[in-house]
Design a protein around this ligand. Sequence first.
Ligand code: NAD
Length: 371
Amino acid sequence: MAAPVPGKFQGVSTLPNIAAERLHRLASVIVQATGSGEDEAKAVADHLVVSNLTGHDSHGVGMLPDYIKNFRAGLVVPNQTLKVLRDVGAVLLLDAGRGFGQTMARDAMKLGAERAKKLGCAVVGLRNACHVGRIGFWAEQCAAEGLVSLHFVNVADHDPLQAPFGCSTARLGTNPFCVAVPGADGKPMLLLDMATSAIAFGKARVARNKGVPVPEGVLIDAEGRPTTDPTTYVDTRKGALLSFGLHKGSGLAIFCEILGAALIGGQTIAPHHVREDGIVNSMFSLLVDPAAFGDLDSMRQEVQAVIDWIKESPPAPGFDAVMMPGDPENLARVARARDGVPIDPKSLGDILAAGVSLGLAEADLRQIVEG
Ligand code: NAD
């Protein structure tokens, strides 16, 4: 296993970077081979490629092998539409019927945004979606509508991956939490988007595929002992990622489970629910029109003043600059749009194999990637 690079545990790809447009085409073609319509294939590809562009390879095109495995097992239903289970005032309860998370969350946020603009806020419960991916994407959709949003998400239908504070075994999914506030340009001024495990599972997968260790203090093995080798964990799901931030992060992870699923009648990780080894996300989202609280300009000025105040601090030893939540993603977008996306050989091989399993020709897929 290669030596760890401090702070850069995702290691170095040995393939040339791939342009985002090529990855988009590759993802679209593979998703369409499941029977998805053009709109759905585009929505999934848009989402995955933006995840890569924002630096989250954990939630980029490297998810396709899992999506296709789940589709082949009947655990993803293409071309699904949302079912409205409850519609009362600001509350919308929606069932995604195991549709692709990318279309189901998109449509749920669209309905929520319409409601929030009408009433000042909306509370959206989205049950039973397949992987909704990078949650920041949904906060960006809300921000584009001028809305603040908060998202609490649980992960079910497969064995737990995260050990809450004090546990020696996994009891939760990697339960993401996200919050964003919009700027005048419709882009988030601040966007906090994170797994509540110390790293997302997909980051362990990327490290495993690249043959590099995960950082210290994020992973335990099946006996509850600290380890930095992600191989056994990723390949067999034995062991667990630790919650971030000791008891505090663990508490937030638990509330993602409670609000994200228990409150809205979604599938929790509790063992009485049959786990079919798919990925089911339930998401509790609160969308708020900041105009409902008064003067938008003064809110933005205050947000900017807080950002400036924090960023003006001299960086701590070992830091080049103070960054805000969302800054790393914005920097990655610029660099990767220019330089392309690094994909390690194993991840690319797994993606091509997923396409081949749907009857696509490997040579055609390689042609998309390599030109
Ligand atoms: P991360 O640790 O890379 O980043 C978490 C947050 O911290 C981001 O808002 C980022 O902007 C901010 N950040 C990072 N470095 C920073 C720095 N130096 N200074 C200031 N802020 C900084 O993210 P993660 O926890 O690995 O999560 C990755 C993605 O995985 C997220 O998009 C999340 O939504 C997604 N996720 C999805 C699921 C699912 O089931 N759908 C599950 C878990 C995670």
